[in-house]
Design a protein around this ligand. Structure first.
Ligand SMILES: [Zn+2]
Ligand SMILES: [Zn+2]
Length: 367
């Protein structure tokens, strides 16, 4: 079939809307009509060149939609099912899957990062030439073909625009508080960066019962949003942020600090702002090859724990439905994250607004 998609031909160029050919789903794959797809900083890493990827590529990895057709040997979804797309599909059989770390599944990493389906070939073409799928999803497009493991079946009564955000920002942020850090009732938390992931870390910490939630950002509008998402205190990110956090935590620093941007300087600040014995969670994606100074002597002397958090340490088939149940119960904010909606042909403007810090989340909505 022919579809409209946003194609990136090379780094540092705009997306162009093109008509591409999308093959039928093969064995173990599903065709999904995309209803909504969030605009995430990780997509921009392909534009800036911070993430290297085969090109041309269709980005987009925060999508939700409706299954239209399935290939042979698909047993987890049927046509008509509403799904949230999972950018870290898991095989269920490898070492990591068997150790309750499906977000680190080893089996599918290679084809997904090669920009293909699990059999090593793409389903997208332009004039007969291959076009690659970012995260195996490529959801800046009207339709996608994806592995069935990337389709998480969700309850039918959730609006798909809200559901799309569970596919990246909400899972990454809430999961970092709930699963990576395991925030406990009464804990103190500091979150650096209040974009889509940071705001979800704040509401995740609130769900876990944190008593003190300090939000740090350069942008006043985002700090106002942070308060709406459960921050008890907000701090403008400047030279005094560290002292302000210590002042709020008896001079010690916070039990848990989260860096939600991926900037080495901010990661170092998050490290300094954690109390001795506390946990530093790095959840923002840094450019490949960037260096962060985390001094070994201080780690030893203060017993700080530094944890990476990939997709919030979630198990998507278990946690996407859980997060949407919380949303439907009024306990998780998703609609409030969507600052602006765009059509697919407005995608370059959507990225400009993200880079200007004007939006918590922009979402591409399909007619
Ligand atoms: Zn993302
Ligand atoms: Zn696996």
């Amino acid at each position: 079939m022919n579809i409209q998609a946003a194609v990136l031909y090379e780094p540092n160029t705009p997306f162009t809307i093109e008509t591409l050919t999308l093959d039928e789903p093969r064995q173990g794959e599903a065709l999904v009509r995309i209803a909504a797809c969030g605009v995430c900083h990780s997509d921009y890493h392909l534009v800036s060149g911070a993430t290297r990827h085969p090109m041309p590529v269709v980005c987009g990895h925060e999508g939700a939609g409706v299954v239209e057709a399935v290939g042979p040997r698909v047993d987890s979804v049927r046509p008509g099912d509403h799904v949230v797309l999972n950018w870290a599909p898991a095989c269920g059989r490898c070492f990591y899957c068997q150790h309750d770390q499906p977000n680190l599944c080893a089996t599918f990493t290679e084809p997904i990062w090669a920009g293909t389906m699990l059999d090593g070939t793409p389903r997208l073409h332009r004039n007969g030439d291959p076009v690659y799928h970012y995260c195996g999803l490529a959801s800046f497009a009207e339709y996608v073909v994806v592995p069935q493991q990337s389709c998480i079946h969700i309850r039918q009564d959730v609006p798909l625009k809200a559901a799309s955000l569970v596919g990246c920002a909400a899972a990454t942020g809430v999961g970092a508080a709930m699963y990576t850090a395991r925030v406990r009732p009464g804990d103190s938390v500091a979150v650096f960066g209040c974009g889509g992931v940071g705001l979800n870390t704040i509401q995740g910490a609130a769900l876990c019962g944190a008593a003190l939630i300090i939000a740090v950002d350069v942008n006043e509008a985002k700090l106002a949003l942070a308060r709406q998402f459960g921050a008890t205190h907000t701090i403008r990110s400047d030279d005094n942020a560290l002292q302000a956090i210590r002042d709020l935590t008896g001079g010690r620093g916070a039990d848990h600090t989260f860096e939600a941007v991926g900037l080495p300087a901010l990661q170092e600040l998050a490290f300094a702002a954690a109390r001795p014995g506390g946990t530093v969670v790095l959840e923002g994606l840094s450019p490949m090859g960037s260096n962060t100074n985390l001094p070994g002597a201080i780690i030893t002397r203060t017993e700080k724990t530094i944890k990476g958090s990939y997709y919030g340490s979630v198990n998507p088939p278990r946690d996407f439905p859980l997060l949407l149940d919380l949303y439907m119960a009024g306990r998780l904010k998703l609609d409030e994250l969507v600052s602006r909606e765009y059509r697919l042909d407005q995608i370059n403007g959507a990225f400009d607004a993200m880079l200007m810090g004007e939006v918590a989340r922009g979402v591409i909505v399909f007619g």
